[in-house]
Ligand binder design. Structure first.
Ligand SMILES: C[S@@+](CC[C@H](N)C(=O)[O-])C[C@H]1O[C@@H](n2cnc3c(N)ncnc32)[C@H](O)[C@@H]1O
Length: 198
């Protein structure tokens, strides 16, 4: 994972930054799958946090890029939404010292290196409340091309990453929208809970 890529992209508007939430997360909200307090890991400029705050959820967004967080805070103020944002490493969520009912991830998992994946899984476990869910949208291996990021994730990789102590509720084909290609990219949408906890 290279932080310098993300530090520079937010000086402009990166293609994933739609100015609105991904349709996949709007659909999850409509389906009643997002419950209680919401943490967005790798929240970027905050569209998902602001969407869920507008839906009445207590929502917090964390991202390591200060400029993205500043843009998110400006949007929250402009829209009159009471959503807090923190410059925070999603690999150290235990340091937040609290839990959430739902953790959402729109395009964060697919930037993690092999080494960081287990670190993130441990970090995630520390902030999911009993019965809580991790709802994740990532690039899938169905996308053609040869580039380092985002990583094109195989369904099996998700299952392997969350093999021990987790329950995979589903992994479904989905679309990761972007501002450049109207058809978006192939993605996986996963719902994952702590095993035996909901
Ligand atoms: C593809 S972008 C998605 C942003 C946002 N979720 C969205 O849908 O617009 C991935 C985000 O992860 C953030 N990120 C990368 N590594 C991170 C880390 N260790 N902790 C928190 N955020 C991180 C990047 O700064 C970037 O904003």
């Amino acid at each position: 994972m290279s932080m310098s890529i993300f530090d520079s992209v937010y000086q402009g508007t990166p293609p994933w930054d739609l100015g609105r939430p991904q349709k996949a997360f709007v659909d999850l909200a409509r389906a009643g799958e997002v419950t209680g307090s919401v943490l967005d890991v790798g929240c970027g400029t905050g569209e998902h946090v602001l969407f869920f705050a507008g839906e009445g959820h207590e929502a917090l967004g964390v991202d390591t890029v200060a400029l993205a967080i500043r843009k998110a805070e400006e949007k929250a103020a402009a829209r009159g939404l009471p959503a807090p944002f923190l410059v925070w490493n999603a690999l150290d969520l235990a340091g937040l010292n609290r839990t959430f009912d739902t953790v959402i991830d729109s395009g964060f998992f697919h930037v993690l290196s092999d080494e960081d994946r287990p670190v993130f899984v441990k970090s995630l476990a520390a902030v999911l409340a009993p019965g809580g869910k991790y709802l994740m949208l990532c690039f899938s291996d169905q996308n053609p091309g040869d580039y380092p990021l985002p990583r094109r994730i195989r369904e099996r990789e998700i299952r392997e990453t969350f093999r021990d102590g987790w329950q995979i509720n589903y992994i479904r084909p989905a679309i990761f929208e972007n501002a450049i290609q109207p058809e978006g990219h192939h993605a996986w949408l996963a719902s994952i809970s702590r095993a035996g906890r909901g």
